[in-house]
Design a binder for this molecule. Structure first.
Ligand code: KG4
Ligand code: ZN
Length: 342
């Protein structure tokens, strides 16, 4: 009999719950917090309050959509970190209380491991199926908090080959967007505006770090300097050059990511590559990664849109692998905001 698992994600500003049975995601529900857009970024205190309000309705919706009752569950998985302390605590406390009350195992999940393992999901909540990435595969995880190249050999054997030394790629996009007056989160707006822009209009710096590491803070500073200088002459800047600026910034970020991915493929001999995290929704990045299929003879796995930004199906993918392997957490565990894949 296949195991049934409830998974909870609350590391940042999405309150999410999913139900998985065997290999199949039965439901995948998300309550996005809109309260942060007015502040141009996630406000931790507001995020944890919104998680408190959303968690019960989201879990109930996930169970109802899956057609599963609490008594059918064999385990509860939750994200223990990395993330915001107050946000994580809501998910941890809820998961602990429920698992203890039901007398079932508690499974602790690393958020970055979950982004990678979303590629192991082959059967989705809408009833469709897709090919899950087989191990080993190389994953480029690009989100608002992280930029990592990860070598995935098994559900519990992930090695970070390179990562950002400063800002994450999504964070750089969000900060640039804020500088030019776009709403938070800016990444999707840059994606949309860049479509009609010329990526060669603004020449921005490309920082090369040692090994397979990344750096994006120089890009953000270069755009800040450009905006300050240009506004001295034209206070409306970037005005009708907004699309060109977005296209130039996006192209610089995509090139930095894909160049490193190319090097990592050469170093590891990977034949399967995957993209994960919120920025993997970016169309220019997706296209560039698909191009590598022909160029380097690899198979590229792009996440479905519902698995790009934070979601609980990806937490369920790790939770189910752990539960099936008999790995569970102590009820003494707590939130681990600084948790890191190594
Ligand atoms: O994985 P995620 O939902 O949360 C974190 O764990 O950080 O990623 C959020 C990030 C934000 O920086 C957001 O701007 C970016 O993903 N993002 C995008 C797009 N959609 C979301 N960046 C570029 N293009 C997009 N289409
Ligand atoms: Zn994430």
């Amino acid at each position: 009999m296949a195991l049934t698992l409830l998974a909870i994600e609350s590391s940042c500003d999405e309150t999410a719950a999913a139900v998985m049975q065997g290999n199949r995601i039965l439901s995948n529900c998300i309550a996005t917090q809109n309260v942060h857009s007015a502040f141009g970024g996630v406000v931790p205190e507001l995020a944890s309050r919104a998680h408190q309000q959303n968690i019960v309705p989201v879990v109930r919706e996930a169970l109802e959509n899956a057609g599963v009752s609490l008594l059918d569950l064999n385990g509860i998985a939750f994200t223990s970190g990395p993330g915001l302390m107050g946000s994580l605590l809501v998910g941890v406390s809820f998961a602990k209380g429920l698992a203890m009350g039901l007398g079932i195992p508690l499974v602790e999940v690393d958020h970055m491991q979950a982004h990678v393992l979303a590629h192991r999901i082959g059967q989705h909540a809408d009833g469709t199926e897709s090919t899950a990435a087989e191990f080993p595969f190389l994953c480029l995880t690009v989100s608002g908090g992280h930029t990592q190249l990860v070598w995935a050999e098994a559900w519990n054997r992930l090695t970070v080959l390179g990562q950002t030394r400063d800002d994450a790629a999504g964070e750089a996009l969000d900060k640039v967007a804020k500088l030019i007056g776009l709403p938070y989160p800016g990444g999707p707006h840059i994606d949309r505006l860049a479509e009609h822009g010329n990526p060669h209009v603004f020449v921005l710096p490309k920082t090369k770090m040692p090994g397979l590491d990344f750096s994006f803070s120089g890009l953000k500073t270069a755009v800040l300097n450009l905006v300050v200088k240009s506004r001295a002459l034209d206070p409306q800047f970037p005005g009708d050059q907004t699309a060109d600026l977005c296209a130039s910034v996006q192209a610089t970020v995509v090139e930095a990511l894909v160049n490193r991915l190319r090097e990592a493929i050469e170093q590891t001999g990977a034949v399967r590559i995957a993209l994960a995290g919120g920025v993997s929704a970016n169309r220019a990045l997706r296209n560039a990664v698909v191009h590598l299929e022909k160029e380097m003879g690899v198979r590229a796995f792009l996440p479905r849109m519902e698995y790009c930004t934070d979601n609980a199906a990806m937490v369920a993918a790790v939770g189910m692998a752990a539960l099936e392997a008999g790995v569970s957490a102590s009820f003494r565990t707590s939130a681990k905001p600084g948790r890191q894949l190594r």
